[in-house]
Design a protein around this ligand. Structure first.
Ligand SMILES: NC(=O)c1ccc[n+]([C@@H]2O[C@H](COP(=O)([O-])OP(=O)(O)OC[C@H]3O[C@@H](n4cnc5c(N)ncnc54)[C@H](O)[C@@H]3O)[C@@H](O)[C@H]2O)c1
Length: 422
């Protein structure tokens, strides 16, 4: 068990991280406490706080509104909540933000604590006392600085998280390591895989290390007047990407950190062409794959291409790989061949994935050679810097696939062979 204490103007937080940290009765009086949680956490872990006064909310970012804060306040009033009441947020970052903000404004401020249940909330959102709600399209514009009395981060909650949610939280752990903990950064090279596989001991360790970084930064600058802005590393570009590229928070922050460091990222982009007729493509030189591949490899930055199960399929045995035909229409159970047999469309979706290299120009110095002097030199790009052009690739792939599909349909149109199309 790791114990951290944060003592700043906005209050004193007792932070416990480890298996068994969730001992609510040690920190809150049952009859004066309102637990705030969301439906999913209630369904998965509600048995752990059965018998406590609980307000269960819908889940998601959409709940971070003043209207929901009013609901929480009414729930407190109905239960006779006075200045001696306590709110405990049991959930992810959304619940922590709501609980912290509602507690800061209800009766001008009551006690509150957090039981963070996502990796992101344990490693980041539950710590530091910055809690707020959204207004219109603007995130966290209404908020407060006030420290929770206690934070009980028990890794056992993390066992029910889907891998995507672990990945989300890992982005904030990487951020903490990148800004202040070199050893953790190096450790993450291996630990990230084990964390993604759900290793609770690894997750506990990562949470404890990331929390220590955040606490140290907040202790120096609770109100974000200087040092605390470090915690926003990757978030300026990240929030822009989150809004415009449809990435999740963690993905966007990861790309944002690379951009902020003047570095770049590659990506793998998948495309499916649906509704194609059976029979497009020549069996040899002009197979559907080769014509599409020709065009795709003309797009700068594409370094790899696979159809259907692709490289992964190479590890399967034939009996598992083969797309079994189910009826006379040719319908198949699987689509490992990616809609193509012998270079010809078979009626299934044509599915392909491309590997896109990281952008070559970097906003940081790279080694090179001065071609005039023949001596080592450094090159660094300035101005606009596209950190990940894989993000722009979907529309390009769609256009390429549409060209090829349209061209084949023209070539295979009977009229084409009978003296040309009208
Ligand atoms: N206040 C801060 O300092 C701070 C810092 C970072 C992020 N945030 C905020 O945190 C929010 C994002 O946090 P989040 O990713 O935890 O989101 P979240 O609270 O929406 O949780 C994500 C999903 O995970 C589910 N969930 C929670 N615990 C689970 C568990 N143990 N097992 C399975 N599912 C579980 C939730 O029901 C929800 O559907 C954003 O609103 C962001 O602004 C705040």
């Amino acid at each position: 068990m790791t114990r951290l204490v944060l003592n700043v103007g906005g209050g004193r937080s007792d932070i416990r991280i480890g298996v068994g940290a969730f001992r609510l009765e040690d920190h809150a009086l049952k009859k004066r406490t309102l637990i705030l949680t969301d439906r999913k956490v209630q369904a998965l872990h509600g048995s752990l706080f059965r018998g406590w006064n609980t307000l269960v909310l819908d889940r998601g970012e959409k709940m971070k509104t003043l209207a929901v804060v009013e609901r929480i306040s009414r729930a407190l009033l109905r239960r006779g909540g006075d200045r001696g009441a306590t709110i405990v947020g049991v959930g992810g970052g959304v619940i922590c933000d709501l609980a912290g903000f509602a507690a800061a404004v209800y009766m001008r401020g009551i006690r509150f604590g957090f039981v963070p249940t996502t990796l992101l909330a344990q490693a980041d959102a539950s710590l530091g006392g910055k809690n707020g709600v959204n207004l219109d399209r603007y995130k966290n514009v209404i908020g407060t600085f006030r420290q929770p009395d206690f934070v009980l981060a028990d890794p056992r909650f993390l066992s029910t998280l889907p891998p995507a949610a672990v990945r989300e939280g890992l982005a904030e752990v990487v951020k903490a390591a990148a800004i202040r903990d070199r050893a953790l950064f190096i450790e993450l090279e291996n630990a990230a895989e084990r964390a993604l596989a759900g290793d609770l001991a690894v997750l506990e360790r990562l949470v404890a290390r990331a929390a220590a970084v955040k606490i140290a930064v907040v202790a120096r600058d609770e109100r974000e007047r200087g040092a605390r802005t470090l915690l926003n590393f990757g978030h300026t570009f990240g929030h822009a990407l989150e809004k415009t590229a449809g990435l999740s928070h963690g993905e966007a922050i990861s790309a944002g950190m690379a951009a902020a460091a003047g570095d770049s990222l590659g990506g793998i982009v998948a495309c499916a062409v649906m509704g194609l007729p059976v029979g497009l493509g020549e069996p040899f030189f002009d197979s559907f794959e080769s014509v599409l591949g020709h065009l795709l490899f003309s797009i700068p930055g594409i370094k790899g291409l696979e159809f259907g199960a692709g490289f992964r399929g190479a590890a399967l045995r034939g009996r598992d790989y083969n797309d079994v035909i189910l009826d006379a229409s040719g319908r198949t159970r699987t689509n490992h061949d990616g809609g193509l047999n012998g270079g010809i469309t078979n009626g299934n979706d044509v599915v392909f994935r491309v590997a896109v290299r990281p952008t070559a120009t970097l906003g940081r110095p790279q080694e090179t050679v001065d071609m005039i002097t023949g001596r080592p030199a450094a090159v660094q790009a300035g101005g606009r810097h596209d950190a990940c052009f894989a993000l722009r690739m979907p529309v390009i792939l769609e256009a390429a696939a549409a060209f090829v599909a349209a061209d084949f349909q023209l070539c295979f149109h009977p009229a084409f062979h009978e003296g040309g199309l009208p």
